[in-house]
Design a protein around this ligand. Sequence first.
Ligand code: SAH
Ligand code: SF4
Ligand code: F3S
Length: 455
Amino acid sequence: MTDRIENDVDIDGKNQCQKFMCILTYGCQMNENDSERFAGQLKTAGYQFTDKLDQADLIIINTCCVRESAEKKIYGKIGELKKLKAVNPNLLIGIAGCMAQKDQEKIFKKASHIDFIIGTHNVHKLAELIAEVENKKEKVLAVWEQAEQMAPDVPTVHKGQVSAYVPIMYGCNNFCTYCIVPYVRGRERSRSVEDILREINQLAADGFKEVTLLGQNVNSYGKDKQETQGFARLLEAVDRSSAVERIRYMTSHPRDMNDAVIDVISQSTKICEHFHLPIQSGSDKILEKMNRGYSTEYYLSLMKKIREAVPNASITTDIIVGFPGETEELFLETIQLLKEIRFDAAYTFIYSQRSGTPAAAMPGQVPLAEKKARLQRLMTMQNDISLDINQSLQGQTLEVLVEGPSKNDETRWMGRTRTNKIVLWDKKGTEKVGQLLPVYIVNAQTWLLKGQLLS
Ligand code: SAH
Ligand code: SF4
Ligand code: F3S
């Protein structure tokens, strides 16, 4: 079942028995989707949305712990909620997501105003959990150590009206040595093709134009059921039988990006020409220590294959700087490789020690100041490349899926190209959310394009 997040209800008209929920989401798309599943369950239980914390009867913070900086920010936010509880003792506050899975009851110790903690494997149990908190009038910890083979589907309220996330699998088996995700999201579990198609067709019937198939490593789809070409077959099935106009997927591991998947993408008209393939480092020595399972030579051959098969594709990546043992010389190998590959965009991160992961105990930890300096150098270089690539699009007409008014300026509207670039244009008044329209690109910036709507 799918539904849309409706406009916030007029708070002034708040009826006495009407309950309001506010969900704050940190982290990746998987968390965004979990929040949509929380929202679906709460809506069924009679809650309405609000984005005003001080109007809420229930606040859920859906957390991320991929880097220390994310955790610090979230603990800061949790602390801020204490004063709301002082004003409204009936307010319920819950902590969900990856930090909840990792820290569990430690969160109660750090923040006594928290009422419940719900782990990443219990998302579908939210409504029951809230009823338990209300009935028992005591704190509840609901963190399963392991996932049920496949959690049952629950109602989902999607954010937006045009593009929706559809989880195809949960968990990760890769254990990259820096990464906490496999510890907090469990082993890989694939949803059935039928369930995925049913959800996508419902979304199409509800007016959604685009879906993003979600998983920590979508190329592993089906491997837990001994299907070696599971992702290629799933893409084919979604492409053939669904009524949406655009299909995206996130994230794919370079090691598992195979010819069958590239073939399906190159022959499809709905699967967008955007590849996000996190390379993480341009040094073979570091890639090995990261347990990524590929070499730079392999990655370059993959780029060649993709560019031959899908000539207009945009390619983006993730990079970690300052992994243990990364010397200046090895860092320069990353800079060199990025110059050679010329990614459309790179999401760059400072390596963060995550306790319990192998890399946290490796020798050769890089001082923070050095990590920051490397990040800056990398970003400066990559920004020039991104700008240069975007400038080559000036004068072209690109198909854009209209998402609506830009956040900061209602006179500007925004949409995305098939290659996942953001395009802004001056509102014409004739455009409608969800339309596919041609935009003439006038001006390019590092992270976005500006254009004129042609129809
Ligand atoms: N499953 C996805 C991404 C998961 S996390 C994938 O493998 O591509 C998103 C990004 O966060 C990763 O690609 C990596 O670049 C970064 N990341 C993960 N752990 C990190 C850590 N300990 N420190 C810094 N960045 C990290
Ligand atoms: Fe983390 Fe690696 Fe799994 Fe991505 S593939 S979630 S980086 S362990
Ligand atoms: Fe963060 Fe969990 Fe996603 S740690 S990046 S929210 S899987």
